[in-house]
Ligand binder design. Structure first.
Ligand code: FES
Length: 156
């Protein structure tokens, strides 16, 4: 077993050696949209590994490619579904914001201010910034989101 820490929530979790970071997130009941179903081709499990990166398996070519188009990536970025835990001392910082995969999921928030950034599930860009009002016209602009996510899921 290996122990990991999540920031900024200051939570620790124990996972089996060689488990992926995604399993660690799920073990802590942290919601991960997994828009691609764990194939390493979306933004929804993007995390920053602030310490202990050398205690994880190296990035896969697919992961490197996906990270290259995700907004908000830095040198510490990993896709949680691709990084397996080999050793102790890994500190994972969770990105700020909420991913959304269907425009309908935002309908109940129509007319309200976004409590946090609402993020694109494939490229991680900010669709609606924290504090901005969620308008019908903005949701109209986002109607292709459902199609994009379905296309992603259909990829082998
Ligand atoms: S769940 Fe899509 S890349 Fe990890």
């Amino acid at each position: 077993m290996k122990t990991l820490t999540f920031e900024p929530i200051h939570e620790t979790v124990q996972v089996r050696t060689e488990s992926d970071l995604l399993q660690a997130l799920l073990a802590k009941n942290l919601k991960v949209l997994m828009a691609c179903g764990g194939k390493g081709i979306c933004a929804t499990c993007h995390v920053h590994v602030r310490r202990g990166a050398d205690q994880l398996t190296p990035r896969t070519p697919r992961e490197v490619k996906t990270l290259s188009y995700i907004t908000g990536c830095d040198a510490d970025s990993r896709l949680a579904c691709q990084a397996r835990v080999l050793g102790e001392g890994v500190v994972v910082e969770l990105p700020e914001g909420m991913y959304v995969e269907r425009v309908e999921d935002l309908m109940s928030l129509l007319g309200q201010r976004a409590q946090m950034h609402i993020l694109h599930p494939i490229n991680g860009s900010v669709l609606i910034a924290k504090g901005k009002i969620i308008t019908r016209s903005r949701l109209e602009e986002l109607k292709n989101l459902n199609v994009e996510v379905q296309r992603l899921r259909d990829l082998k």
